[in-house]
Design a protein around this ligand. Sequence first.
Ligand code: NAP
Ligand code: GDD
Length: 323
Amino acid sequence: MASKSALITGITGQDGSYLAESLLSKGYNVYGLVRRLSSPNISNIEPIRHSVEILDGDLIDQSSLNQAVLQSQPDEVYNLAAQSFVGTSFKQPALTGEITALGTLRLLEAVRSHAPHARFYQASSSEMFGQVGEEPQDETTGFHPRSPYGVAKVYAYWACINHREAYSMFVSNGILFNHESPRRGLEFVTRKISHGVAQIAQGKADHLVLGNLNAKRDWGYAPEYVDLMWRILQHPTAEDFVGATGESHTVREFVEEAFKVAGVADWEEYVTSDERFRRPAEVYNLRGNASKAQRLLGWSPTTRFRSLVRIMVKAEMEQTSGK
Ligand code: NAP
Ligand code: GDD
């Protein structure tokens, strides 16, 4: 049987790079959409760059998406590209809407025109739940987004469902809670902490400035979540699934654990909280219920909070000591 083809948008990001590795190991032909930057950002895909086909394109540009779909003739499309940082979405709300909301619609339209039988995965987010009215959150929980990013993801979510209903396309949303790894961007809180702690432990920094230490998140390990994306597209019907660990912890707990792993006592002496890193509207508490994914897809994450912190801090200590 011929190998399947997959088109991944956002292949240079945390999830895109892990997903590409996973699909290559399953024998897929992998195509990755990459936008032009003045200085290319390909460190996450450096080890596999000769095994994947890079296609130029941008979620803002319809013709580049049409071309990418035509060229890759995908069996599966994973739409992971986004302006994904909530903090920036408050400063660049219209750009976030262009990329994260309308970009998804453009890609859906490209697929509808040029590969209508492809299966489409949308990277939906627990940020859509926002100001939560119930805990834990699952596929039936209502949305109350609290940032331009969350609003854009709600638009994209409904655009996907509309394409499924209006055109009978196979389009599924993975509503994933936070998932982290050593490949996380430096501005996200877990990586900011693991990086900062490693710097402090090695005498290269003497403080770490954060925002709201009381926010709670359901943090999992990214490689396990890209496996869920693939499972969602192998399911016989197009449906939406939550991906989460079911456990939530505060940013403060993450800091405490990270300092412990790095062997630095008295974390309060190094960490301060500053308005600069607080958001105009905050999502205080997210905790997911992934029992549908467990029941129908056999998916359950195994990396728990303390192991995740350990993986991230250890990786950072190794990297920092090499510099
Ligand atoms: P990430 O590391 O920030 O990666 C985002 C990717 O999108 C990068 O490859 C980036 O390319 C690309 N991109 C940004 N703007 C683009 C544009 N205009 N055209 C084409 N590509 C563009 O994000 P991630 O953590 O891997 O997350 C993957 C997806 O899942 C995102 O949609 C995110 O919103 C969603 N999500 C993430 C989580 C999580 O906890 N990680 C949870 C739920 C949902 P450059 O390298 O050029 O910047
Ligand atoms: N980034 C950041 N920096 N966040 C901080 C800081 C800080 O210095 N201090 C406290 N926080 C708090 C934020 O206010 C938020 O409540 C929490 O830490 C997590 O922030 P991020 O790591 O930036 O992630 P996020 O939860 O806002 O968004 C991530 O997860 C979503 C899924 O729920 C992103 O990956 C989104 O793309 C994703 O959809």
